[in-house]
Ligand binder design. Structure first.
Ligand SMILES: [Zn+2]
Length: 92
């Protein structure tokens, strides 16, 4: 039983440690002008596809080849592309 308590305590401690940086980030984000967040929400998400293959990628993905195409996530999904498991691009 003591072991379980110690486990719970360490879990609670690691959670409180994890929460602190999140709060700091939230404060930093809220300091930005409100319209910036609005514009990000409005903008289309772009992903990258190779000439061959059925997966879409982030711009930084190592699996992207020369001559890859930038398309909106919406059209990638419409063309039945699936998210790359290496770079894990957004799904929506
Ligand atoms: Zn990728």
């Amino acid at each position: 039983m003591k072991k379980l308590l110690a486990l719970l305590l360490s879990a609670a401690l690691s959670m409180s440690v994890a929460i602190v940086p999140v709060n700091v980030n939230a404060a930093a984000v809220s300091q930005k002008p409100a319209y910036t967040n609005h514009e990000i929400a409005k903008a289309a998400t772009y992903v990258y596809i190779n000439k061959t293959g059925t997966t879409y990628h982030r711009a930084s993905c190592k699996l992207l080849k020369k001559g890859c195409t930038k398309i909106t996530l919406k059209s990638a999904k419409a063309k039945c592309y699936t998210p790359c498991s290496t770079c894990k691009p957004p799904k929506k």
